[in-house]
Design a protein around this ligand. Structure first.
Ligand code: SF4
Length: 376
């Protein structure tokens, strides 16, 4: 059996749903496209994972000859209703950027070890490769107009990863063409913020996912979520699946009756946005971090996102929770709780905002309170 086939079979044995191989040639069109949209993508281009350099794998690993691409189906178990619409499925499934001590990270480590045991040197660099393009060129997936990758018979609820190796491996036939129905615009029409401005073109700055997990003290990224976007975030505190949920190519999977994920069922039992807003360190460690460990490292940003979500319910039943949050030591929590009170509105919310304004010491939070008072 060829090494290429051995690698792909081992990947399937590990639980990946598809594996393929492509050359380590660069992706110049991808680099050009990113550069032409620097205004939207500067946060990504300038990140330490250097995606422009990684678009040509030989820039960072000169011995590169092939790329092994694998997809993991993360929606083979069901997701608790209580978490859907709040936490994106990929995060609930704990499979994206998973550390080695967790099962999905361990799976990736095992594949890497297998490649090494079979004589391949694997690029040790953690740069961001254009995973979706790699996968399409390796015959693993095909694009959707919403920019997601679809694996045949599964849909887009898959996470991709790749391994750049120094071995010349037999390549698979590319599947680069988009396979959406010609006239379908379901994803573009459903996106709450209009982030998908044409097929295969996303403005990340408008995407809810970017806004709820990238705006947390990262170089070159504002921590302020524009009010117009906040209103459209609904109750989503980490990620957004809307453009995948409406896609006709995902309907078969979404309608399947799947067994529950016992770990998620445990988390869901005592998860609530109300608890997240004024969360204890224990709740953060036990109920938030196990799912949402990828991008946000400080409790206060989750509290901010919970405040936005509660404001968007417009439910006066949350006013007392927001009153408590107006005394949080973090000004970002107080500022966004003020916004939420303004969004819910009414005399009680207004009284809390007036009282809070009289004692607020942070300029940022004061501005939020003043704007909320004008809206309440
Ligand atoms: Fe729009 Fe949500 Fe898709 Fe982002 S994830 S493009 S906000 S539908």
């Amino acid at each position: 059996m060829s090494l290429a086939r051995k690698i792909k079979e081992y990947a399937l044995d590990l639980g990946y749903c598809k594996a393929g191989i492509t050359t380590a040639d660069g992706f110049p069109d991808y680099s050009e496209d990113l550069k032409s949209r620097r205004e939207m993508y500067s946060f990504y281009i300038d990140s330490t994972r250097k995606p422009l350099e990684a678009a040509n794998p030989r820039n960072i690993f000169p011995a590169a000859k092939s790329i092994v691409s694998v997809a993991y189906d993360y929606a083979s178990l069901s997701f608790p209703e209580k978490l859907l619409g709040k936490i994106g499925r990929i995060y609930q499934a704990r499979c994206y950027m998973a550390p080695p001590h967790r099962i999905n990270g361990a799976r990736s480590e095992l594949l890497k070890k297998f490649l090494e045991q079979n004589g391949c040197r694997v690029s040790p660099y953690e740069h961001w490769h254009p995973e979706r393009l790699v996968a399409a060129r390796a015959g693993v997936s095909r694009y959707g107009k919403n920019n997601f990758s679809y694996v045949e018979g599964i849909g887009s609820f898959v996470v991709l990863s790749s391994f750049v190796v120094d071995a010349e491996l037999e390549q698979d036939a590319p599947t680069l063409e988009v396979q959406c129905p010609d006239n379908c615009k379901a994803c573009m029409n459903a996106c709450p913020t209009g982030a998908i401005y044409e097929p295969l073109k996303l403005n990340p700055r408008r995407c809810i996912s970017y806004n709820n997990w990238w705006t947390n003290n990262r170089p070159g990224v504002s921590c302020t979520i524009p009010a117009e976007i906040r209103e459209k975030m609904g109750t989503r505190v980490h990620g957004c699946d809307v453009c995948q949920e409406v896609c006709p190519r995902n309907q078969a999977r979404l309608k399947m009756k799947l067994p529950p994920d016992p770990f998620l069922e445990q988390i869901a039992q005592d998860f609530s946005l109300r608890k997240m807003l004024n969360m204890t360190d224990d709740f953060y460690a036990q109920r938030v971090q196990p799912l949402m460990y990828n991008y946000i490292k400080e409790k206060k940003w989750f509290q901010r996102n919970a405040a936005i979500a509660l404001g968007n319910t417009k439910d006066p039943g949350y006013i007392q929770d927001l009153r408590t949050a107006m005394q949080d030591p973090e000004d970002v929590v107080r500022g966004y709780s003020a916004w939420a009170l303004g969004r819910i509105g009414g005399s009680e919310a207004k009284q809390i905002l007036e009282l809070s304004l009289s004692r607020e010491t942070s300029d940022d939070a004061r501005k939020e309170i003043e704007a909320a008072l004008a809206a309440a």
